[in-house]
Design a protein around this ligand. Structure first.
Ligand code: ADP
Length: 247
């Protein structure tokens, strides 16, 4: 298996707050990585570093075809290429409220990737169909439930056809009864061999769907491995204590 993502020596501070303190891991092509850990441990910052939404202080990170040494010199254009390798799904979907569902989905492909509107629209319609929202293309986000909005948020990221999807707690803003429909879409993407890194509090989902689990605490990866190991039989007391608190 080739690694699609390789992270070495990633650090990030906000002022005096050293949030990431030397992160190292890789992600195989076509695999799902779940990032779990206590609130405030640095999970979201780690994920955002993979898209330079938060720019690391140090670290050599390769995402698909683009490698950046964040401690060294790099051009703005390198960051743009780095960003284009991944698609980011936000906790609160970040849809444009004044655009329809379809307009939200084709915005990136048309404006950023300069694809013909007709092609982008056909792809968007197909993707919306695949998540059960084919008949909502002309609605505005406010007309949809939170779960439907988040499914559009995922489709919007997928429509750019990135090499990897980064999902930041995609279900944590949802009412419990809406969580399942969003997790189902993520499961379907996993079945289609999308490479994904997901920050999640859904431990049973992480256990069922992921190939690798990173347990992050205090800005370091305390434990990393297959879900049956990290979640099923954790080696570290900190991991075990975190999992106990959830049950
Ligand atoms: P988690 O996702 O595990 O809850 P985060 O990565 O969101 O953790 O946050 C880790 C720490 O970084 C927290 O102390 C948080 O307050 C801080 N932090 C995150 N983003 C910023 C920011 N943009 N500015 C200042 N501090 C931040």
């Amino acid at each position: 298996m080739t690694a699609l993502i390789q992270v070495d020596g990633l650090t990030k501070a906000f002022g005096d707050n050293e949030v990431l303190r030397g992160i190292e891991f890789s992600v195989d092509s076509g695999s799902v990585t779940a990032v779990i850990g206590p609130s405030g441990s640095g999970k979201t910052t780690l994920l955002r570093s993979l898209n330079a939404l938060d720019v690391p202080d140090t670290g050599v990170i390769r995402v698909a075809d683009v490698t950046i040494d964040f401690a060294g010199d790099y051009a703005k254009s390198d960051i743009a290429r780095y960003r284009s390798q991944s698609g980011f799904v936000f906790q609160n979907h970040n849809l444009f409220p004044h655009k329809t569902v379809l307009e939200n989905v084709i915005e990136g492909p048309v404006v950023v990737q300069r694809r013909p509107v007709a092609d982008a629209t056909a792809d968007a319609q197909r993707l919306l169909d695949s998540v059960g929202l084919g008949d909502r293309a002309d609605d505005y986000p406010a007309q949809l439930s939170g779960g439907q909005q988040q499914r559009v948020g995922i489709v919007r990221a997928v429509a750019m056809n990135p090499k990897v999807l980064l999902l930041d707690e995609p279900t944590s803003a949802l009412d419990p009864e809406l969580v399942g429909e969003v997790l189902r879409v993520i499961r379907d993407l996993a079945a289609q061999n999308w490479t994904m890194v997901v920050v999640t509090h859904e431990i049973s989902f992480a256990r069922q769907v992921s190939d690798q689990v990173l347990f992050v605490d205090g800005g370091v990866i305390v434990e990393r491995g297959a879900p049956e190991q990290v979640i099923g039989a954790p080696e570290h007391e900190r991991t075990a204590a975190f999992l106990r608190r959830l049950t």
